[in-house]
Design a protein around this ligand. Structure first.
Ligand code: 3HC
Length: 330
């Protein structure tokens, strides 16, 4: 409800008095937890916000294949290779469910891809960091997929029907991904001193970028207030980040690894862990395209798009031929 909404520096939330009848009716429906479906009336900005968020999410799943795909040929055993391969394929599937959900809002996949490749649409900041060792496959599964689940489980209750239904399946698979990452970390943490060192090093490098995945702090979040009023988002960025820290600290302790934060401490009063914020200047630089791997990631996507042109053209020509044959037969 409006009264419970966070304060935001960004999108202004319309008061009920300023809403048109259609907008009021729409808000009542959202407040009553009735799903919004593609053919229902919706405010233009609701549609726009969903296209932005679902599109960014879809791009993240697709670009997210790159840092892990990088390790498929170098996985230490055939079993590890098969598991990683399956995981990377799952991410492609997630991207496709999400592009389909976005398409129900009237945007085409080509338009979304074009915006990604021209830098007009974002993908998650985390995928602009490199994966340097096999232990990074553990840390990515444990922390990155762990953060993704923390954010995405509530999104199963998001107000837009196709998005919420896509999230149900995605979350099931992401849980498996988180487990496989943690299993790698357990193996490494219980292994030789060199393996243990690799596990700790992966945690050191992935910790703060994982915290950044939840987005800027609430005071700097542009879209949270309006997105929460529309139940596109269910929690604020800071709420989810805190929940993630609370759940992850005991997991790190079980592994015998140290989270690289001297300020990390359980706070008896709040019942939460106090922790250091990531370097927000670094986060905004990564968003601007200045992260360690931004150029590589976009170049890889551009190459895949160009290399796939003949497949798209072939499919389109086939579809046109079939349509023409159908017309001729009628
Ligand atoms: N990386 C890149 N951009 C980010 C970001 C991040 N981690 N966090 C925030 N931003 C961007 C926002 O897109 C927005 O920019 P824009 O106006 O140009 O679009 C700006 O920073 C301000 O942030 P806000 O808090 O106002 O933005 P949102 O309300 O959209 O909140 C969010 C950001 C929490 C990421 C939200 O969009 C969200 O919940 N998205 C759905 C989940 C998602 O996209 N997850 C990707 C994770 S990776 C993944 O799932 C792959 C899996 O295999 C691991």
């Amino acid at each position: 409800m409006y009264a419970q909404m966070v304060k935001s520096t960004g999108d202004a939330v319309k008061s009920r008095e300023d809403m048109s009848d259609d907008e009021r009716h729409f808000q009542d429906k959202v407040d009553a937890n009735i799903k919004v479906e593609p053919r229902d009336w919706m405010p233009d900005d609701y549609r726009k916000t969903l296209i932005r968020q679902i599109g960014q999410h879809a791009h993240s799943e697709i670009v997210g294949q790159l840092p892990e795909g990088n390790w498929i040929t170098r996985a230490p055993t055939l079993e590890r290779k098969a598991i990683l391969l399956a995981k990377v394929q799952d991410e492609a599937g997630h991207g496709l469910y999400l592009y389909c959900a976005a398409e129900t809002l009237g945007v085409t996949r080509d338009e979304l891809t074009e915006k990604l490749l021209s830098g007009r649409m974002k993908y998650s900041s985390i995928f602009n960091y490199p994966t340097l060792t096999w232990a990074d496959m553990g840390a990515v599964g444990w922390l990155v997929d762990g953060a993704a689940i923390m954010n995405q489980v509530p999104l199963q209750r998001t107000s837009y029907g196709p998005y919420s239904r896509a999230m149900v399946r995605i979350c099931k698979e992401e849980s498996f991904h988180q487990r496989q990452g943690y299993a790698i970390m357990m193996k490494m943490a219980q292994g030789s001193p060199a393996q243990r060192k690799m596990a700790q090093d992966a945690l050191n490098r992935m910790w703060y970028p994982s915290l950044m995945m939840f987005g800027p702090s609430d005071k700097d979040s542009v879209h949270s207030a309006q997105s929460m009023a529309w139940k596109i988002k269910i929690n604020t960025n800071d709420e989810l980040r805190q929940k993630f820290v609370n759940e992850t600290v005991p997991q790190a302790e079980y592994l015998g690894l140290t989270i690289p934060d001297e300020n990390l401490k359980f706070n008896e009063e709040t019942g939460n862990y106090d922790f250091s914020q990531p370097d927000w200047d670094e986060f905004f630089e990564v968003l601007k395209g200045n992260g360690p791997c931004n150029t590589d990631r976009l170049n890889a996507r551009r190459k895949a798009w160009d290399d796939g042109a003949w497949v798209r053209e072939g499919l389109l020509a086939h579809a046109e031929k079939r349509a023409a044959a159908k017309v001729a037969a009628e």
